[in-house]
Design a protein around this ligand. Structure first.
Ligand code: SF4
Length: 629
């Protein structure tokens, strides 16, 4: 019988074995699956999910909200944080819930989420928490949301090296199914080895949709035998009274070996193509690059049978750091050449080189550089399937002399050349939505200068608004603190979004006050975190509360400008805060620029996209229809 259209509730119904899920919905289901597995094993666990959204995991909060009461009914607490580092510390706390005999559950399995900049700002918290470790019946997965191509970020990100620095092992799922599978392995690994486990999320897995096998018992997880890893009698998990050096020693000398043994025992790194009886060329890849390599091989007309004829072996790494050595050494034995295909900076390639260094008859290893040291797979931007196909095809053609491959490579070269001569598609600079409050709020008086901030208003830099320069999220204004003493200019405006203000930006206002800087912060209050999908501000901070907080920080003057002063009839602003109609924006900005020290203008107008959403949901009256002539 044909299946009905998939419903939202069945995505989270564990009785449904095969479901259509997005990557972020898979995270919700993963938490439910972990709970079910624990129940099956006689454990009474709870779940805890916290972090701060951002592409490519911007919709995780909508996914948990959409799942509804099934989440708390399974003892899973979903608690968006005001920022990533405080969330990471809260997760650290979740691993201590049963340490002092006060726990309500046998353990808490936790999921942290954050995008690349959130990983960076959380370095201290991640290091402390991973050193401390995880609980035996809890475990932590950290979703590292990386925007490789900088589509919704101010810098391209690759969080692996931050995780390596904190010594957090990293699993790289290639698709939605592997978010579920690696998620379950990740929790088990975290419990076993007492470490946090990173789960690499990019748009290709987190923002894609797939029909997946969502059975909680789909993966069979085994603990390493004592011959593989000799677990100390007191285990590797978090404990009270642990000293910093004891934690470091446990992490360096035991936990990483436990991680490698776990990966080996569970066969997480896999040989996909054996390459026939005498493989000569090995391709190693992981995560999002895996389907791209498969596509590249397809473009070269290479399937498993053909790979065997050509002596091409394919190895898929699940844990990109630390690399499990034994299976890799077996794979590399007898190969002449290893081609490592990985996006962004090389992570797997140097580990393979280190592993094989000094061995007799080691293969040539290429990846970021070719056989002669020339660039091969670039580390900036993204890799293209065509580029991968050409790199593999050229070497196969040369080493095997296969005519079919030679012809395919020639065809692909012709395609690449023709494509390069095609005119660029029409490009349009992004702009604010119609009706966007930033159309007005980011304007500055003639002769003034503004710094941009994080949020949609960042785009003001591409417009004729004397707005140039920005900072990372939460440091708005700090550029000017350092520039002002050395500038002939006396004052600047600094845009800062309401979401950023709550996340961490209010601290930058304090820094400006403390340093005696002459600056006007323009807090752009859109009533929603527009850039990541219109989520409400954490804690629902109001304009009045922001004004009061700014005054408490010691700013000299706060004014509120709005498109709708009538809304303020029943709202009490703090004493001294003036309310003005937006037609007075220019005059108000001039007055604030004349105010010595730090001043704040809160521009209150709801995001136009959010208004459209609210009208659709019926929570905002429809606009009166009119006729324009
Ligand atoms: S999403 Fe909202 S804040 Fe962002 S550009 Fe559109 S209207 Fe403006």
């Amino acid at each position: 019988m044909p299946k009905n259209k998939p419903t939202l509730s069945e995505k989270f119904d564990l009785a449904e074995t095969h479901v259509l899920l997005t990557g972020t919905q898979a995270i919700v289901r993963l938490a439910l699956m972990q709970k079910a597995r624990d129940q099956e094993n006689g454990l009474n666990t709870a779940g805890y999910v916290t972090g701060y959204r951002g592409s490519p995991i911007a919709t995780i909060e909508q996914a948990f909200a959409a799942a509804g009461p099934i989440v708390p009914a399974n003892d899973i607490v979903f608690q968006p944080s005001i920022n990533e580092d405080l969330a990471a510390t809260a997760i650290w706390g979740s691993q201590q819930a049963e340490l002092r005999g006060e726990g309500l559950f046998d353990g808490v399995f936790s999921i942290w989420y954050g995008k690349g900049p959130g990983v960076d700002r959380s370095g201290d918290a991640l290091r402390h928490a991973n050193h401390a470790g995880t609980s035996a019946n809890g475990g932590v997965i950290a979703l590292m949301g990386d925007d490789h191509t900088c589509e919704s970020s101010t810098s391209a990100h690759q969080s692996e090296f931050a995780f390596v620095d904190a010594m957090i092992p990293i699993l790289a799922p290639a698709n939605v199914q592997e978010i579920l599978d690696f998620g379950l392995f990740g929790f088990a690994l975290s419990r076993y080895a007492g470490v946090w486990v990173g789960l690499k999320c990019v748009k290709d897995n987190a923002e894609s949709t797939a029909c997946v096998d969502g059975r909680p018992n789909r993966v069979v997880i085994r603990h390493p035998a004592p011959t593989e890893f000799d677990m100390p009698p007191d285990g590797l998990n978090i404990r009270l009274g642990d000293s910093p050096l004891a934690k470091e020693a446990r992490l360096h000398e035991l936990k990483l070996d436990a991680v490698r043994a776990f990966v080996r025992t569970n066969g997480l790194d896999r040989i996909i193509f054996e390459g026939g009886p005498a493989p000569r060329i090995g391709i190693v890849t992981a995560g999002k690059s895996y389907p791209e390599v498969r596509q590249a091989l397809h473009d070269l007309d290479i399937d498993e049978t053909r790979a065997e004829e050509l002596g091409v072996a394919l190895y898929k790494v699940a844990m990109t750091w630390p690399l499990e050595p034994k299976a890799m050494l077996r794979f590399a034995a007898d190969l002449d050449l290893i081609i490592v295909v990985e996006e962004k900076r090389a992570l797997i390639e140097p580990q393979i080189k280190e592993l094989l260094y000094g061995r007799d008859a080691r293969p040539v290893i290429i990846g970021k550089r070719d056989e002669d040291g020339a660039p091969l797979f670039k580390s900036s931007g993204a890799l293209e399937t065509l580029q991968i196909a050409l790199a593999i095809g050229e070497r196969l053609s040369e080493r095997t002399g296969d005519r079919q491959i030679w012809n395919r490579v020639a065809e692909l070269h012709r395609f690449a050349t023709n494509r390069a001569t095609e005119p660029e598609a029409f490009e349009r600079t992004a702009y604010f939505c119609a009706g966007c409050p930033h159309n007005t709020s980011t304007q500055v008086p003639d002769g003034a200068r503004a710094y941009a901030g994080i949020g949609c208003h960042y785009m003001a830099q591409w417009m004729d608004r004397a707005t140039d320069g920005f900072t990372q999220m939460g440091a708005e204004g700090a550029n000017w603190i350092g520039e002002a003493p050395f500038s002939a200019r006396d004052h600047v405006f600094q845009n800062i979004g309401d979401g950023t203000f709550v996340h961490s930006g209010s601290l930058a206002i304090r820094a400006a006050v403390v340093s005696g800087t002459n600056i006007t912060f323009k807090v752009l209050y859109n009533d929603a975190v527009a850039m990541t999908g219109g989520q409400p501000l954490e804690g629902g901070m109001t304009v009045s509360q922001m004004a009061a907080l700014a005054l408490a920080e010691g700013v000299a003057r706060v004014d509120v400008v709005t498109d709708d002063p009538a809304r303020y009839r029943s709202i009490n602003l703090p004493p001294g805060v003036e309310l003005l109609q937006r037609s007075k924006l220019d005059a108000t900005q001039r007055a604030l620029a004349e105010t010595r020290g730090v001043s704040v203008l809160i521009y209150d107008q709801t995001c136009a996209a959010e208004k459209r959403r609210r009208r659709k949901r019926g929570t905002l009256p429809a606009k009166a229809a009119g006729i324009a002539a």
